[in-house]
Design a protein around this ligand. Structure first.
Ligand code: UDX
Length: 425
């Protein structure tokens, strides 16, 4: 079992640290935020992520997982150093690498000879080399080991991945990193660092493209009178297409897809290739936000500014409290511009929200529907399906539902007199 330092305790770092400890390694997680480190030591988890609290508590109790302030403090006695710091989108679309460079510079003087630095942050192609040059330590290898963790199922994705990708120039370093996953049953693929970094971006951009395609198909279904639910079911039986990631919606978002798709287009541009396909994927997504908002505004009829909209769901998808680049917020910003009043409910969010300053955030789904002319469903929380729709109908001023996730039971709602408007059907 290895001693691993994990630098950064965001989604990726905390999941990585807790899962490596669960696999039996000794893990020290570092963050610059002293208050965060103190609350993590007390077992308090700052994010909504299924099973993460259980894994962190288990790690603390077994002594396999600890938290310290500062990257150097974590790295000084470790053999592996996982860089899990944020790489936010910079002004020109390229990823901002300042956190990565700072972390690399901080650990460089304390790294034990022969240790391996591993990039897990999503970094532009070539960043493994950048980290190596910032550190200036030729007795230390730098390896890329990208993450493919979905929020909401990050623990499961870590322990049961489709693949583990390792990008290394040095074969021995790659084998040592692969050894950390010896208790994980998954194909391990070893390649060079640039290819590993490209795999990560290409995977996210492909999934984002699949979703833009499916949303475009949903729009086509509306135009020709097809039902997108049946269309994607029929497509998904084809193994080459697959059933996953075929749910149309209000557009896609989250902390990764928008940032990584824009960054890949920029990486391509900088490398002399105009990846116009990706620009179109992003444009289709923006248009999907516009279309969904237009659907809500059209459902309001004349004089939207005198009306009330009930919104169910604010997070970028179910199972997380993450609002970053949330399609729900994107759509509601556009709806808010029509002057309508908004009352919103999300099971894990309490207001107020900077991006929707005039929206009232309520803690009960029924309260959101009081006096509403339209109910719009923007996040696919399962609990929405099981609410009392007779009560909802009684609350609303007029019973129109825009179901931007095709989540609710259309037949049941129509039987109760709702005017149901889904996506692509
Ligand atoms: C994503 C990748 O899946 C993960 O591999 C990567 O490492 C990080 O980015 P995540 O951001 O957690 O994970 O979200 P994901 O589940 O991929 O969903 C992204 C967006 O697509 C969400 O807005 C979601 O609602 C939307 N989506 C997803 C759909 O609209 N339809 C689908 O069928 C699937």
């Amino acid at each position: 079992m290895a001693r691993i330092a994990v630098i950064g305790t965001g989604y990726v770092g905390l999941t990585t640290g807790a899962c490596f400890a669960h696999l039996g390694h000794d893990v020290v997680c570092a963050d610059i935020d002293e208050a965060k480190v103190a609350s993590l030591r007390a077992g308090e988890i700052p994010i909504v992520e299924r099973n993460l609290d259980r894994f962190v508590h288990e790690g603390i109790a077994s002594g396999k997982l600890s938290f310290v302030v500062g990257a150097a403090e974590a790295s000084k006695d470790c053999e592996f150093h996982y860089l899990c710091v944020p790489t936010p989108q910079g002004a020109d679309g390229a990823a901002d690498l300042s956190f990565l460079e700072t972390a690399a510079a901080q650990i460089a003087p304390v790294l034990p000879t022969g240790s391996v630095v591993v990039n897990k942050s999503t970094v532009p192609v070539g960043s493994t080399g950048l980290v190596a040059s910032v550190m200036g330590r030729n007795d230390v290898e730098v390896v890329s080991n990208p993450e493919f963790l979905r929020e909401g199922s990050a623990i499961d994705d870590f322990l049961n991945p489709d693949r583990v990708v390792i990008g290394a120039r040095d074969q021995e370093a790659a084998i040592r990193v692969a050894g950390l996953y010896s208790r994980v049953r998954a194909p391990v693929m070893v390649t060079d660092p640039i290819s590993a970094e490209t795999i990560k971006y290409a995977s996210n951009a492909f999934l984002a493209s699949k979703l833009s395609f499916v949303n475009a198909i949903a729009n086509l279904c509306e135009a020709v009178g097809a039902d997108v639910n049946d269309v994607v079911l029929g497509m998904g039986y084809d193994k080459r297409i697959g059933k996953e990631f075929l749910r149309p919606g209000p557009g896609w978002g989250g902390s990764c897809f928008p940032k990584d798709t824009i960054a890949l287009a920029k990486i391509a541009e900088d490398a002399g290739y105009e990846f116009s396909f990706l620009r179109e994927v992003l444009k289709v997504n923006d248009e999907q936000f516009d279309r969904t908002a237009a659907k809500v505004i059209a459902a309001l009829g004349d004089d939207p500014s005198s009306k009330q909209v009930a919104c169910w769901g604010l997070t970028f998808k179910a199972g997380t409290d993450d609002l970053r680049q949330s399609p729900a917020i994107e759509v509601m910003k556009r709806v808010a511009a029509s002057g309508v009043s908004i009352r919103a409910y999300d099971p894990v969010i309490s207001g107020p929200l900077a991006d929707l300053p005039d929206a009232e955030i309520v803690s009960d789904p029924y309260a959101a529907t009081d006096g509403a002319a339209v109910l719009v469903v923007l996040t696919e929380w399962d609990e929405f399906r099981w609410l009392d729709f007779d009560k909802v109908a009684g609350n609303m001023a007029s019973t129109t539902v825009v179901d931007a996730r095709n989540l609710l039971d259309r037949t049941q709602l129509e039987r109760r007199g709702f005017d149901y408007r889904g996506i692509g059907r």
